[in-house]
Ligand binder design. Structure first.
Ligand SMILES: C[S@@+](CC[C@H](N)C(=O)[O-])C[C@H]1O[C@@H](n2cnc3c(N)ncnc32)[C@H](O)[C@@H]1O
Ligand code: SF4
Length: 395
């Protein structure tokens, strides 16, 4: 059973601080003028040691520095983390090392230093090229900075992605089309386009609840989604995940690895993971979110597994569906049929899964090339299909 070193690993490292809090954001990000960077990095290194002991010296498929705003980190700090991961696991020339960057805290020299520190893929939080919309989103940068950050990044990195947000109140379809055309002119390898979601416990949630403004209607949302797909796909990029587009072979390796239900660990405040350890047990992990609580637990209490639970085959099948159906490619049949809960519930036969068969008959799901995937018709109602399938696997 000790074959875990052969299972490739993805590593997520969370940087929990930002210069200000955007009103739509429910990520684990905290505003701090004087964050304890050195102490935090030391704890991150200890946490890497903990996982190396638990998982063995596996090959690292990807490292993702997310946040918060990891581009606030000193490049030397990032390099300490990359080097440590290389010592305790195996990094090779194929390892994708991504970092999220905010246009408000990005310079040419910083990009060069991050590249020397190990970053080989940059994901820039542009959000919009329209100043009025950037202001509405509470961003610290304007459209000129957004454009110049992409230009600067192109001087340093070959592999660049940008994040854009659409479906804002008062945003016209024509303005969104301008944003798409503008970003496509840069001919980047990757593009993430997220529809604005109103998350609980954000300033936007309060504004909507107090009637300050209303989110756009679902018909309009569908128009935005269709325009996004048509415009980007016409430029030979693949819509490989519901919100993600890439030139062939430039999909984000890290996210695809996670969506395909492979092992990943989460380091840093609020990081989470899912992995099989050397004892063969399947785990879900979640770190404490508050940076002080996270560092104190590791430093003072020697407590590395803040929330660590063994995942049951039933939970596992739910996660497989939730993650895998987002991908255009879908879920490999083996991943489903090897699941112990599936074997038990459907007597090891995919045809006995009635809800899946019904979705196939409606034309929402197809099973081809050994993969279960949504058809384009099914993709436009991804959430309700996933919910139906999840309901159908509950005893
Ligand atoms: C952790 S943030 C990116 C890094 C960096 N902190 C920044 O904002 O530039 C990840 C991305 O998720 C998207 N996002 C966050 N909250 C969102 C929301 N409520 N609705 C839609 N997209 C959202 C944004 O495009 C954002 O760039
Ligand atoms: S910069 Fe990014 S992580 Fe920070 S608050 Fe804004 S959206 Fe959230």
């Amino acid at each position: 059973m000790n074959n875990q070193p052969n299972r490739p690993l993805a590593i997520y490292v969370h940087w929990p601080w930002c210069e200000s809090k955007c009103p739509y954001c429910d990520f684990n990000s905290h505003v701090h003028n004087n964050y304890p960077e050195d102490e935090y990095i030391k704890v991150v290194l200890k946490h890497i040691d903990y996982y190396a002991d638990k998982l063995g010296k596996r090959t690292v498929k990807s490292i993702f520095f997310g946040g918060g705003t990891p581009s606030l980190m000193l490049p030397t700090s990032l390099n300490r983390i990359v080097k440590h991961i290389d010592n305790r696991f195996n990094i090779n020339h194929n390892t994708e090392i991504s970092m999220e960057a905010n246009p408000a805290s990005s310079t040419l020299n910083k990009f060069k230093d991050f590249k020397s520190a190990g970053v080989n893929r940059l994901s820039i939080g542009v959000q919009s090229f329209h100043d009025d919309l950037l202001q509405f989103l509470g961003r610290r940068h304007n459209s000129l900075q957004a454009l110049s950050t992409i230009e600067t990044a192109k001087e340093v990195f070959d592999n660049i992605s940008t994040d854009l947000i659409y479906g804002l109140p008062k945003q016209k379809l024509s303005a969104w089309k301008e944003d798409l055309d503008r970003v496509l002119q840069f001919e980047l390898n990757h593009l993430s386009c997220y529809q604005l979601t109103i998350e609980k416990q954000t300033a936007f949630y309060k504004a909507v609840n107090s009637g300050e403004w209303q989110p756009i209607l679902s018909d309009t949302q569908a128009d935005f989604f269709d325009l996004t797909r048509e415009t980007i796909i016409s430029q030979n990029m693949l819509n490989y995940e519901i919100s993600n587009f890439a030139k062939p072979s430039f999909e984000c390796k890290h996210n695809v690895h996670v969506w395909q239900y492979q092992d990943y660990i989460g380091i840093g405040a609020g990081g989470h993971g899912r992995f099989v350890s050397t004892d063969g047990q399947h785990y879900l992990s979640q770190n404490y979110k508050m940076p002080e609580k996270y560092t104190n637990n590791i430093n003072q209490l020697n407590n590395y597994s803040h929330i660590l639970q063994v995942i049951t085959p039933e939970q596992e099948l739910g996660e497989i569906l939730l993650m895998g159906l987002r991908l255009k490619k879908g879920i490999h049949l083996d991943v489903v049929t090897n699941n112990l809960f599936f074997k038990d519930k459907f007597s090891n036969s995919i045809d006995k899964w009635q809800e899946l068969t019904r979705m196939k008959q409606f034309g929402f799901i197809e099973i081809t090339d050994n993969h279960i995937r949504l058809t384009s018709q099914g993709w436009s109602i991804l959430d309700s299909i996933t919910a139906n399938l999840l309901n159908s696997i509950q005893y």
